[in-house]
Design a protein around this ligand. Structure first.
Ligand code: CUA
Length: 248
């Protein structure tokens, strides 16, 4: 009987406390703490180049990887490394340096590391954190290439139409069948093209590539040979070809 009374008392207390929390949220606008993993340092890793050879690396450890998994920096760099965990406690060591810190959920740990020598520095977990603990690793590539200014990112070509617009093709070529300064793109792919020189060719992939790269090579009958040569990338050419195939 005593146990039952204790159990009931505990339950009553529990319900009362829950009710108090619920009431204070509702009536007094008390904010409940939310999950820490929603906060940026616990959600995504980043590498920030603050100046030449000065980096800020934000590592997020999570079962069972590091974010970012690969970091590229130049030899002689100093890195301010901020470490957090998105789930459980991990132990993080950068092999070849004296960096050895715990990644603790809800906390950010910090150390500064100078990477003098080029090489690949392995980032490993040295605190058991679950079944794939031994696979948890990242790498910091310290290379001269990382010192070079980043190459301009190639323009992603989402679609052939975007490539046509980007290169100004649509100024002279319609996609709806109407002839403008140049022939329309509608129904072009696979069709027979009567040329100004009297020949006839089939508009296959090679024809389109040639017409983009050497506009004067095969001029369609009835049109002036005045198409400019545009710097269309191979990826753009392919996207344009795929797009023209759809313009039946
Ligand atoms: Cu993470 Cu072991």
């Amino acid at each position: 009987m005593l146990e039952r009374r204790i159990a009931i008392t505990a339950l009553v207390f529990l319900l009362a406390l829950t009710a108090v929390i619920g009431l204070s949220v509702k009536m007094f606008g008390v904010g409940l703490p939310t999950c820490l993993t929603d906060v940026r340092p616990f959600r995504e890793g980043t590498v920030i180049e603050q100046a030449p050879k000065r980096y800020e690396i934000h590592y997020v450890a999570r079962m069972w990887k590091f974010e970012p998994p690969d970091v590229n920096i130049a030899p002689g760099s100093t890195a301010d490394i901020y470490l957090s965990s998105a789930d459980v406690t991990h132990g993080v060591q950068i092999v070849g340096t004296n960096f050895n810190l715990m990644a603790v959920p809800g906390a950010v740990n910090y150390a500064r590391v100078k990477f003098d020598k080029a090489g690949d520095y392995r980032v490993v977990c040295n605190e058991y954190c679950g079944t794939a603990h031994h696979n948890m690793a990242g790498v910091i590539h310290v290379t001269e290439q990382a010192a070079a200014p980043p190459a301009p990112a190639p323009q992603p070509v989402s679609g052939g139409m975007a490539a046509l617009e980007k290169n100004g093709c649509t100024a002279c070529h319609s996609t709806d069948g109407s002839a403008q300064i140049g022939p329309t793109f509608k129904g072009l792919f696979g069709s027979k093209r009567p040329l100004a020189n009297g020949q006839t060719v089939v508009a296959d992939e090679n024809y389109i590539r040639e017409s983009i790269e050497h506009p004067e090579a095969k001029v369609v009958k009835g049109f002036e040979p005045n198409m400019p040569q545009m710097p269309v990338s191979p990826a753009e050419e392919q996207a344009i070809i795929e797009f023209l195939k759809t313009l039946k």
